[in-house]
Ligand binder design. Structure first.
Ligand SMILES: Nc1ncnc2c1ncn2[C@@H]1O[C@H](COP(=O)(O)OP(=O)(O)OP(=O)(O)O)[C@@H](O)[C@H]1O
Ligand SMILES: [Mg+2]
Length: 480
């Protein structure tokens, strides 16, 4: 047998006769076990193919001498020849079928490669049922994880979830709706908790890109050293170790959709330069690759920082700022639209009751008055938290100013006694007043820490409950 002679040369060092005999029986055994076998030379040309493989592929002897890929397009025999390394178990596609194959290099006595031999172990999967069903299960799991991820990348909010009916909020929503129809870059400005992220989602959801991903990147949350790879990704093999396989950057993940650049005021200057280039060229280059990739993303940026001040301090590049500030939308703080408070509260209390399966609470006029007087530095986010805490602490269907005082001590006199003003006042006010204010602040703080539980607050203050009630009444902190 010609094939055996070729093989025999590859196993030097055994006595000639025994060698040929052993190899022949070994080889024949393997060939019998297989559904096909084939050999190629050092140029990956077919030198031998057995009858079973010919039948399997539907070819005849005319394939001898042809380059293997001409006959089996997905063949990896050339890789075995070129690397001198075997591929011990692999799936190979041929037309609409999959074969399990084993490929070995054939070496000369000096170790150089003179060709390769390939065996088709099975052409039917049932032999490999256990391993194949595991493979199928893992493939399904991967597909479902990918679907879930795509779901997460969809916008979470729409315009209807952006609460408020004040004229200023209606104007914000009008502008944002218009922005959604175009591909313009939007810059969302406003204090913390005013709903910038919510609005970014809503703009995406109302745009023609709604079916594509919404990908957010929070620049305040990423260490500077990782920002570039977060944006642009890492090419496979750029680093050794865990990242060897490469990673896609957010620009690529957002392809066709919206990239939300949150907290842009916190972007280091070096990263600003790279982002500017990407936005100008609409092209990105993953770290460690020399390839540029086209990026089709709509950018929405947001910040709660004072951009004018950052520009003045030269902490933000003006050229990048102009690029992002194409359509600015400023979200007003809650204290500038107190007429929205009641509306927002009602919706939120409805949501709380749905979440907890409890009847919906109402706000007494005294509570609304306390809310109107408060400055809401944390804006709608803070209002949400306050309402949730009030609802959790009280069983009453009507929430009053007293409930407000439990979670927002001193809300009624926000404008007056903030601790940092205490020192200034000490010089101008009588000792009695200063002591009274300090006492009131201590009580408020104890109530906050005790989550409104008065017995606990009294314990923290080292006074009796009765004494605490007296003081609360005295300071008007118990009023309804
Ligand atoms: N107008 C609004 N209607 C309903 N919910 C709102 C509104 N504004 C803010 N919220 C809620 O307040 C919370 C904070 O909103 P969001 O994260 O959008 O604020 P932000 O402006 O991005 O704040 P930050 O600057 O702190 O990131 C969210 O739970 C959001 O649903
Ligand atoms: Mg935000």
């Amino acid at each position: 047998m010609k094939a055996v002679n070729k093989l025999a040369e590859s196993f030097p060092g055994i006595g000639e006769a025994i060698r040929e005999q052993t190899i022949e029986s070994l080889f024949q055994g393997v060939v019998d076990m297989c559904e096909g076998a084939l050999m190629v030379d050092h140029e990956s040309r077919i030198t031998w193919i057995d009858d079973k493989y010919k039948a399997l592929l539907g070819v005849d002897d005319r394939v001898i001498g042809r380059v293997v890929e001409d006959v089996i397009p997905k063949s990896l025999m050339r890789r075995v020849v070129e690397t001198a390394k075997p591929i011990l178990l692999d799936l190979m596609e041929f037309g609409d079928r999959s074969f399990v194959v084993l490929r070995l290099p054939l070496k000369r006595p000096d170790g150089s490669v003179k060709g390769a031999v390939g065996f088709v172990l099975y052409d039917r999967f049932q032999y490999l049922q256990p391993i194949m069903s595991k493979f199928a299960m893992l493939r399904d799991e991967l597909a479902s994880a990918q679907r879930q991820l795509a779901g997460q990348r969809r916008a979470k909010y729409t315009f209807s979830q952006f609460l408020g009916t004040s004229e200023v909020v209606r104007e914000v929503k009008r502008t944002a709706r218009r922005a959604a129809q175009f591909d313009t870059t939007v810059l969302l400005l406003g204090e913390t908790g005013t709903g910038k992220e919510l609005l970014a989602h809503a703009i995406h959801a109302a745009s023609s890109r709604a079916d594509k991903p919404f990908v957010a990147i929070n620049l305040a949350a990423i260490p500077e050293t990782l920002m570039e790879s977060e944006f642009f990704g890492v090419a496979p093999g750029a680093y050794t170790g865990a990242d060897r396989r490469g990673r896609e950057g957010k620009f690529v993940l957002a392809e066709g959709g919206t990239l939300f650049l949150d907290e842009i005021g916190d972007m280091p200057l070096a990263v600003q330069a790279k982002l500017l280039r990407a936005l100008q060229e609409r092209e990105i280059e993953p770290l460690g690759s020399n390839q540029v990739i086209k990026a089709d993303v709509r950018v929405i940026a947001a910040t709660s920082r004072d951009m004018a001040a950052l520009l003045k301090e030269r902490a933000f590049r003006p050229d990048l700022y102009y690029r992002l500030n194409v359509l600015p939308i400023t979200l007003p703080p809650l204290r500038h639209r107190i007429e929205d408070i009641q509306d927002i509260c009602e919706s939120l209390l409805e949501r709380v009751s749905q979440k907890t399966f409890a009847p919906q609470r109402e706000l007494a006029p005294s509570a609304i008055a306390a809310f109107h007087a408060y400055s809401w530095p944390g804006n709608v986010r803070e209002l949400c938290n306050v309402l949730e805490r009030m609802a959790a602490l009280s069983d009453s269907p009507m929430l009053t100013a007293e409930d407000v005082a439990m979670v927002l001590p001193g809300a009624e006199q926000t404008a007056a006694a903030t601790p940092d003003r205490l020192d200034d006042r000490a010089t101008a006010n009588s000792l009695h007043q200063v002591v009274a204010e300090a006492e009131r602040a201590a009580i408020a703080e104890a109530l906050r820490r005790a989550k409104g539980v008065k017995a606990e607050a009294a314990r923290l203050l080292g006074i009796s409950r009765a004494n605490l009630y007296d003081k609360l009444t005295g300071y008007g902190m118990l009023t309804r």
